[in-house]
Write a protein that binds this ligand. Sequence first.
Ligand code: CP
Length: 345
Amino acid sequence: MVKTQMHGKHWIAPEIEWNDEELWTVIDTAFDLKREYARGQRHDDICKGKSLFTLFFNPSTRTRSSFITGITQLGGVAYDLDPGKLQLAHRETNYETAAIMSQMCDGIAIRRYVKGVYYGEGNRIMREFAKASTVPVINMECDLWHPCQSVADIMCVMEKFNTRNLRGKKFVMSYANSPGAWKPVAVPQSNIIFFTRMLEMDVTLAYPEKFNLDPAVEAYTKKLADQYGTKFEITHDMDEAFNDALVVYPKGWCSWEILKQGGYDEKLHEEYKKTHNLAAWKTTPERMDRTRKNSIWMHCLPADVGVEVEPEVIFSNRWSVSVDEAENRLHGQKGIMALTMGGRR
Ligand code: CP
């Protein structure tokens, strides 16, 4: 399953806009490049002389460093443009900015999930850029999706179990306690779709009442699971979710009740902490003991140690794969850039 013409394609919501063959081509290309990297083989002809503009409206460690070094290894260069120093800060439009930038570069990568405005605003802005841009726009995380993270996560699970044949195995995407309301729902939304579509795993989504994801995304995942003949189940019991799981991925996210009101209401989150006993939604070694013997614990990072997860889990060689998972951000994104910025025209 290899698609050979993906040059110029936007990577904004591949969860719903790219087909399985295209997504497998990204993952296979990423593995090819990772193997070459391990062997010390260069592949700097793929994007030779090309440039990527990165625009981070929110902080980042993994995404920023992996895009910058990734394009360098492909033979190009990244310019990390601070949106605060662009005329966007003086209300120049996204349309003008994208049209002009795309005359000068070969890819525009954007991170934008926003506080205090309506859910979907970050994604809408990326689409405005894409409308005016003549080069691919890459989503480095918006308020709906974090597809670069999901590619790295799929690669990590395939590697840890040394197979892509994980159909019917239990993948748990769980809410975990968060000190604040600000965390986006992008990672859980992308992952429930990716793990259903790509690995055909049985996905369990666990969260306390009021912490559901976008109902349209949950409904879409259920439809996909029915189509693939797999399970998509929702529970409000973290212990039950962990029972017999092969992969657990517990992380904090914002309550849908808060998001749909528009923004990240910290006061309401403080109330939910008490009324919904959020502190109990933490990964402990005892909870991990409910999972299968060879199970893994995943997290996109950064994690709130002691709040979301106990140190005995995140720093354990037995369960935690979060560092290898983060390394795959580099290889996954090289796959995406090689095909959309490089690739056959
Ligand atoms: N997982 C992730 O996107 O990390 P950063 O926020 O550090 O980029």
